[in-house]
Design a protein around this ligand. Structure first.
Ligand SMILES: Nc1ncnc2c1ncn2[C@@H]1O[C@H](COP(=O)(O)OP(=O)(O)OP(=O)(O)O)[C@@H](O)[C@H]1O
Ligand SMILES: [Mg+2]
Length: 382
């Protein structure tokens, strides 16, 4: 593995230099309740793409896991008689309780979300769903490009360190109650680094893992590559050329698939004169184009199509603004769940474009690769 080459790439690409603060070796916090020496030996590495719509995990054992970024402050108010049927889970952090899972959640679409208790509870839920209870984890996560850099390319150090520290605050799973409920052990974050989201997808492209080892894709490394990450709340652009970020063509548009969802919700409420619309009903309408109300199915597919079209027009305009016609780009890679959802609308924007494999997980995979091969982690991992 040409490690030094990767490090050079890291610096040239203006990525956050690997930062290991003094307390990074301290393992899980007492608050999390699992600071045992043997647990520290069993630290697990994770790529964590903690988006506004879905929280995605990439694990070194190859598992890719996504949970909806859905939860709200307060108790679920339900006691599950059979823990296997449990669909809403509660978590305590910094003295507040959060309910996460199949619930009508609060919107995550606000700037403070990545450093909120709601975010920590949702991330802890994703860790629990990945069956990591009781483990200590080393994590690389992301921020949208415009939240990571000022437009002149300087890093937003304060925002980055706030996010880095927030995820290390302990979160305790709350017992579901009921006869057979068991106490789930918390997952503690012992090390956390933050990188720009779309840039993670670039690492995913250039670092190749094969059965016989890990290599850098020399052709892609030398190429000028644009990454377009279409997410829930944001669409991110990063151009990497000569292993450096071209800041004038990189940034974020605050538009994504959650805007489509919000518009469809408004239109359904107008058409059927509804004061509210449940999140589950809306999700079903988005995926099937049909909404079930008063015991009857109604076709709303044209509302979904119109909202998608509006978003595609906005993203297309921003893409031209950021990348122009892309004549000097060797390749344009679309990532993010939105690239899967809008695939048929993205055809032929650039002759050299492609959609990444499992595009929704491209950032999470890149974050894991950054942690495994680029970043300097503390030594407490086995
Ligand atoms: N495999 C898929 N097929 C179709 N649509 C998908 C798929 N995966 C995700 N989506 C849709 O894409 C949207 C964006 O998903 P994604 O996980 O990229 O958002 P996010 O990363 O949470 O958002 P952001 O990047 O703004 O924080 C989701 O709201 C979902 O509707
Ligand atoms: Mg995203």
């Amino acid at each position: 593995m040409p490690d030094s080459q990767l490090k050079d790439t890291c610096e040239a690409a203006c990525l956050p230099a690997p930062q290991v603060s003094a307390d990074d070796n301290s393992g899980p916090t007492q608050d999390a309740g699992i600071a045992r020496e043997d647990d520290r030996m069993a630290v697990i590495q994770l790529g964590l793409d903690d988006g506004y719509a879905y929280t995605k995990l990439a694990l070194a054992d190859g598992r890719l896991i996504a949970v909806p970024s859905r939860g709200r402050i307060g108790q679920a108010g339900i006691t599950w008689m059979d823990s296997a049927q449990q669909q809403i889970f509660e978590y305590d952090t910094e003295g507040s309780r959060y309910a996460v899972g199949q619930i009508d959640g609060e919107s995550t679409c606000y700037d403070g979300y990545p450093i909120s208790g709601l975010h920590r509870a949702i991330v802890q839920h994703a860790f629990q769903q990945a069956k990591l209870a009781g483990h200590s984890v080393h994590v690389v996560s992301g921020l949208p490009v415009s939240a990571f850099y000022f437009k002149d390319g300087q890093k937003r150090e304060q925002a980055i360190s706030l996010k880095r520290d927030s995820l290390k605050i302990g979160v305790r799973p709350v017992s579901a109650g009921g006869l057979y409920a068991t106490q789930r052990l918390p997952v503690a974050v012992a090390f956390h680094e933050v990188i720009p989201e779309a840039l993670a997808a670039w690492y995913d492209q250039v670092i190749r893992q094969r059965a016989d080892g890990v290599t850098l894709d020399a052709r892609l490394l030398a190429a000028s590559m644009a990454i377009v990450d279409i997410g829930g709340r944001t669409t991110d652009y990063v151009v990497v050329q000569d292993q450096g970020i071209v800041h004038r063509s990189s940034g974020s548009l605050t538009r994504g698939l959650l805007d489509v969802q919000a518009q469809v919700a408004r239109e359904i409420q107008k058409r059927f004169d509804l004061e509210t619309l449940g999140e589950q009903t809306l999700a079903a309408a988005m995926s099937s184009g049909s909404v079930r109300l008063h015991g009857r199915a109604h076709d709303v597919s044209e509302l979904v199509k119109a909202a998608q079209h509006e978003l595609v027009v906005q993203i297309h305009a921003e893409t031209r603004r950021q990348l122009g016609m892309g004549a000097e780009l060797d390749t344009v890679v679309f990532v993010g769940g939105g690239s899967a959802a809008l695939a048929e609308h993205l055809a032929d924007w650039f002759p050299q474009q492609r959609i990444a494999e499992h595009p929704g997980f491209a950032n999470a995979r890149g974050m894991l690769k950054y942690l495994q091969y680029v970043c300097e982690e503390p030594a407490s991992r086995n």
